[in-house]
Design a protein around this ligand. Structure first.
Ligand SMILES: NC(=O)c1ccc[n+]([C@@H]2O[C@H](COP(=O)([O-])OP(=O)(O)OC[C@H]3O[C@@H](n4cnc5c(N)ncnc54)[C@H](O)[C@@H]3O)[C@@H](O)[C@H]2O)c1
Length: 437
């Protein structure tokens, strides 16, 4: 059993900290956000993530998991320190490493014994070397430590499951001692025979970006095929199903939509392109995926406006779904932001609802009119737009919807409603690559 500190208690840090304590270690999750820590100490989970409350409760009750805003003490008491702070988009698409390097300095100042310093945040190639240098400088080279890169692949919405039963674990380190300590941290996963890739620090750092960029390319590619379907009258769902049967392609990530969002793909693709430039290589495919994604978000706005004959001023639009995907409250880079922004700028009245993300979207649009159910939201609307694939939107009763709205105009950016039912109810509708008429 190890004493572990996880620095940064956001989507990744909180899930990882709770998950590692579930593996049997003593974990303190530390954050400079005192308010967040106070909520956690009171048993309140500050994010929406299925299964997280139970995981946290279970480990707090077993006295293996605690929360602290004293980052320095958390570092002092730990054998292994995970860095899980944010790495947002910085200048020219490069990663902003301010928080990561702040933590590195704090570690250097509080290094009181041999420790493993392990980065979970997504950081550019070469950051490991940078962190090690800072720790050496701030600790006056007095004490030994090992640096490990352990990128995280959990997905918001299924983060608990992804952390406890990952497809693979990547460990980048430079000596056997560090690999052995990480093996101990992840012991249950080794016992389960989860694939573990042990590699160099730089390779581990690149694996994370290469994976996220590949998935982004797959999404953008399918979105462009869907757009082609729109123009030629083909059905993208049949196209993607037939493509996915081919084992070389796989059926995952072939679902078209309003463009990818979230806190990872948009910034990680840009950061990878920025790294490629720095190293004098090209990533034309990834650059194109970024452009295609921006255009996809704009295309959804155009589709919506077209449904209303480009006359949105004074119209009431119901936006169903604000999170960048279902099962999360995260609205970072959500395609809903582009839709709401365009509607407000063109004088429309926006009514919005998300089962988990109303509050987060209100931080971006203070005056946004939010509701607690889809029924209240669509009442007297001139048009409804579905932006997130929440199950409760899949189950919408279209006859009830038609009764509630003022005009039956509907844009389904997630292709979750049945076209036959929309036709039967006489909706003026559009979708992404499946429209019938
Ligand atoms: N969100 C995801 O789905 C996901 C998945 C895999 C990897 N990642 C990567 O993990 C990292 C964290 O992402 P996130 O979504 O959890 O971020 P987040 O914004 O939800 O959380 C970051 C936390 O770090 C804290 N913090 C900032 N500076 C700090 C400091 N100096 N000391 C202590 N705490 C500090 C913040 O208060 C915040 O609570 C990023 O690099 C991200 O790219 C995210």
């Amino acid at each position: 059993m190890k004493n572990i500190a996880v620095i940064g208690t956001g989507y990744v840090g909180l899930v990882s900290g709770a998950g590692i304590s579930d593996f049997g270690h003593n974990v303190v999750c530390a954050d400079i956000d005192k308010n967040k820590i106070k909520h956690l100490q009171n048993g309140e989970i500050p994010i929406y993530e299925p299964g997280l409350q139970e995981l946290v409760n279970r480990n707090v009750q077993s006295a293996r998991l605690s929360f602290s805003s004293d980052v320095n003490k958390s570092i002092e008491d730990a054998d292994v320190i995970f860095i899980a702070v944010g790495t947002p988009e910085g200048e020219n698409g490069a990663s902003d490493l301010t928080a990561v390097l702040d933590v590195a300095r704090a570690i250097g100042k509080n290094l009181n014994s041999y420790k493993v310093i392990c980065t979970k945040s997504t950081v550019p190639i070469g950051t490991g070397a940078k962190i090690s240098k800072i720790i050496n400088e701030t600790s006056n080279n007095l004490l030994e430590f090992d640096y490990v890169s352990n990128p995280e692949f959990l997905r918001e919405g299924s983060a608990v499951k992804d952390f406890l039963w990952p497809d693979r674990v990547i460990i980048g380190a430079s000596n056997v001692r560090a690999f052995d300590i990480m093996k101990n941290v992840y012991r249950p996963l080794y016992i389960n025979e989860t694939p573990v890739i042990e590699t160099t620090i730089e390779t581990a750092e690149l694996i994370k970006y290469a994976s996220n960029a590949f998935l982004s390319v797959k999404i953008s590619y399918m979105n462009e095929i869907a757009n082609m379907c729109d123009e030629i009258g083909a059905d993208v769902h049949v196209v993607s199903k037939a493509m996915g049967i081919d084992g070389r392609i796989s059926p995952k990530f072939l679902h078209p939509g309003p463009g990818f969002g979230g806190s990872c793909f948009p910034k990680d693709t840009k950061a990878l392109v920025s790294m490629a430039e720095k190293y004098g290589t090209n990533l034309n495919v990834v650059e194109s995926a970024i452009t295609a994604n921006q255009l996809q978000k704009e295309r959804m706005v155009k589709k919506l406006f077209k449904l209303l004959n480009n006359d949105v001023k004074g119209k009431t639009i119901a936006v169903l779904g604000l999170a960048f995907k279902a099962q999360t409250d995260d609205v970072r880079e959500s395609p809903s932001i582009n839709i709401i922004d365009a509607l407000i700028n063109n004088g429309a009245n926006v009514k919005a609802f998300d089962p988990a993300a109303n509050d987060n979207m209100k931080k971006l649009f203070e005056d946004l009119d939010t509701y607690m159910s889809w029924e209240e939201t669509v009442k007297d609307a001139d048009c409804v737009v579905i932006m997130t694939e929440w199950n409760e939107f899949r189950g919408i009763d279209l006859s009830k919807l038609k009764e509630l709205v003022k005009h039956p105009n509907l844009l389904d950016c997630r292709n979750i409603l049945k076209i036959d039912d929309l036709e039967k109810q006489g909706f003026n509708y559009d979708n992404v690559g499946r429209k019938k008429r």
